[in-house]
Design a binder for this molecule. Structure first.
Ligand SMILES: [Zn+2]
Length: 369
């Protein structure tokens, strides 16, 4: 996310409408603020129900502006209450626009902004430095009346996602405990260091909780923050390496751990690598993947640690700790690497099934295999 500053080049007759609209929106939002305090409610949807008809009738706002005024004022009240700040007051110097109340074209350097008098089309003066972002996606904006009396549109933009076409490197990724990460191309990220740091936190936490004094509680909450940051660092490091090794148009294949609770995963998801840490890693992979054109896909978790990645045989006792020894083809592999290869194979065979040509059945009906 980035914010770019543009100067609005409005016509004189448009300026009068914008000025009036700024004041009108301020009044409308101040009304919503009082309404929030009167109802002791900051939920946007519940407040919309009270405020919308009044914003439309008494303030004469177009539908989209009524929605924005309610939403924006509710969230500022919510923020003020959280910060224990005084009641927000809108002065009429700025008004918020979303994608439904405005259309902004950074390439054509123009914007169409909704006011009480309808949509006004204006030219934007985009500084040279910001022109390189013209292919970014516009999220929302604020129209601000600045000290120099110029109107500026502050536009929040987001880098567009790069979609992987799947023609690059595809890597199966196994998440575990002895090795936090094992990949089908042979990378192992050992959990040992993470394990010992985590263990230290767990020990300290237990001691502090037993103490139960006020200073122990304060210490505890500080430690929780540190522990979270530590795990986030680990996840940043892992996700960066994985995205780099897949590269543009590549794909990372993970097991879908949602809803499954096999003994293996229950064991892994205890205090060491919690659900939260797994979920965070997935989130990091997804957003970094969008920046770099790497797809993140999921396959069902069934049998990925039990099956042989060389011949597919599933027999009891083939996995002994970190060693996988196949009872059918005698292959010996690191157990986590074997699982990572199975994850990759699962994805490849599911893809092959989708891409299979439509075959002609004996009865003449076309049928997808
Ligand atoms: Zn085998």
């Amino acid at each position: 996310m980035k914010t770019i500053q543009t100067v609005v080049e409005e016509l004189p007759e448009q300026r009068a409408i914008f000025d009036e609209n700024l004041l009108l929106m301020a009044d409308a939002q101040n009304f919503v603020v009082s309404s929030c305090y009167d109802h002791e409610e900051t939920n946007t949807f519940r407040m919309h129900h009270f405020n919308y008809p009044i914003l439309r009738e008494r303030f004469g706002l177009p539908s989209q502006l009524a929605v924005v005024a309610n939403k924006y004022a509710c969230s500022s009240v919510k923020g003020a209450i959280r910060r224990k700040a005084p009641r927000p007051n809108f002065s009429g110097r700025a008004v918020h626009y979303d994608s439904r109340s405005s259309t902004i074209d950074l390439v054509k350097k123009s914007a169409s902004l909704l006011t009480k008098e309808g949509r006004l089309k204006v030219k934007l003066n985009v500084p040279l430095y910001f022109q390189k972002f013209s292919d970014w996606k516009v999220k929302e904006s604020n129209l601000v009346k600045c000290r120099d009396n110029k109107l500026r549109l502050m536009i929040m933009i987001e880098k567009p996602a790069i979609k992987s076409n799947g023609s690059g490197k595809v890597i199966g990724v196994d998440r575990g405990i002895t090795n936090l990460i094992a990949t089908s191309d042979g990378w192992l990220y050992e959990g040992r260091d993470v394990f010992s740091v985590k263990k230290r936190y767990v020990g300290l936490r237990a001691r502090l909780q037993a103490k139960g004094t006020r200073s122990a509680k304060r210490h505890l909450s500080r430690m929780r923050g540190r522990e979270k940051r530590f795990m986030a660092d680990v996840n940043h490091c892992i996700s960066r390496t994985l995205i780099d090794s897949a590269g543009l148009n590549g794909a990372l294949i993970l097991e879908n751990l949602k809803g499954i609770r096999t003994a293996r995963h229950r064991h892994q998801q205890n205090w060491l690598f919690s659900n939260w840490a797994f979920y965070q890693l997935e989130t990091f992979l997804k957003y970094k993947g969008e920046e770099r054109g790497v797809a993140v896909e999921f396959v069902p978790a069934r049998n990925t640690s039990k099956a042989c990645s060389a011949c597919g045989s599933i027999k009891k006792g083939q996995r002994q700790g970190s060693v996988f020894r196949c009872k059918t083809c005698n292959v010996v592999l690191h157990a986590d690497l074997n699982a990572a290869k199975n994850i990759l194979h699962k994805y490849q065979s599911s893809r092959a099934a989708v891409n299979q040509p439509i075959a002609l059945q004996a009865d003449g009906a076309s049928h997808r295999l």
